[in-house]
Ligand binder design. Structure first.
Ligand code: 8YV
Length: 314
């Protein structure tokens, strides 16, 4: 049986996944530095499925250049880098990898938050530099217990973050465009109100135009001088210039960031600060979760190949 041609825009996680893609499909991989134009020229007319990542996405232009394209399988839950509207116009289905990454991403949000409150970046440097031996104990950190934490974006990941925070003794409230039916968690009507009523903010919303710079200078001012901003959503959700200004002017206490406006480039104004915890967009990056994400991409591609319903359509 001839294998289905899949155009893949990135290596999808653990090597086992790429091995399976290569064995089970006629997979044509072209990374950021590869010659996409030449590959499209050679095999573009055969491609019915495209595999991509949350970072690489798929533009309207690329979709238009693949006349037989039927399915885009995204290795990641966020599809903001895929032109989903254009895909719909061309009759192309989009799939993502929800659920399998929820727990690891939620764990990461709470880990980053705890790292900021307990000053683990400073503490690590304090030990390694010999400052502990020279100067003794470091200044005190802050406890998570009793803090009121606003969760912005309250889908699967936001709710998983809220459950973890509640177990740790924090109070949680949330904002999303449409409030949930169940009233288990208090609701704030806007990002600004959420920031005003919270000690800290954790961003768990989707990226894209609807949430672009949702956290701006005004929201940061409402958060206040004791507040910590945690972002495991998308860099585009935060006005990074306003964030840097807020940190420099101490109008917020610190930040813990897994995502950035122009990643992997991170401004020196952030990398030089020890009140900011930095992570290289790694909230879902465990071997187990990345394997499960890759497996779900493969399952979606097999469903596409067999003409069965896709497992996780967007
Ligand atoms: C990944 C993500 O970084 O799921 C998402 O939306 O941001 C991540 O899990 C990415 O898609 C994998 O490259």
């Amino acid at each position: 049986m001839t294998k289905l041609t899949v155009l893949s825009l990135a290596r999808l996680g653990p090597p086992e996944i790429q091995t399976r893609l290569d064995a089970e499909f006629d997979c044509r991989l072209v990374g950021r530095d590869g010659d996409l134009d030449a590959l499209i020229e050679a095999i573009g007319s055969e491609v019915t499925a495209l595999a991509t990542t949350g970072g690489r996405g798929a533009s309207a232009e690329l979709i238009a250049r693949l006349p037989k394209l039927q399915t885009i399988a995204c290795y990641g839950v966020g599809v903001d880098a895929i032109d989903v509207e254009a895909a719909r116009r061309y009759g192309v289905a989009v799939t993502n990898t929800p659920d399998v990454l929820t727990d690891d991403v939620a764990d990461m949000a709470v880990l980053l938050f705890g790292m900021q409150l307990r000053q683990l970046v400073r503490g690590d440097a304090w030990v390694r530099s010999g400052d502990w031996e020279r100067h003794g104990s470091m200044a005190l950190g802050r406890t998570l217990r009793g803090r009121t934490v606003g969760v912005l974006g309250f889908g699967r990941i936001g709710q998983a973050v809220a459950r973890r925070l509640a177990v740790s003794g924090a109070q949680v409230l949330y904002h999303k465009r449409t409030p949930l039916d169940d009233a288990a968690w208090p609701y704030a009507a806007s990002p600004r109100e959420l920031a005003e009523r919270s000690d800290d903010l954790i961003l768990c919303c989707s990226g894209g135009p609807a949430t672009h710079h949702l956290v701006d200078a005004e929201v940061l001012a409402a958060l206040g001088p004791g507040g910590v901003l945690v972002n495991i959503a998308r860099g585009s959700v935060v006005d990074e210039t306003a964030l840097i200004a807020a940190l420099e002017q101490s109008t917020i206490a610190g930040a813990a960031l897994d995502v950035f406006a122009d990643e992997p480039r991170v401004p020196a104004a952030l990398t030089q600060r020890d009140d900011v915890v930095l992570s290289p967009h790694a909230a879902s990056a465990t071997q187990e979760t990345r394997m499960a994400m890759g497996d779900l991409v493969l399952q979606n591609l097999h469903a596409h190949a067999a003409g069965r319903p896709l497992l996780t359509p967007v």
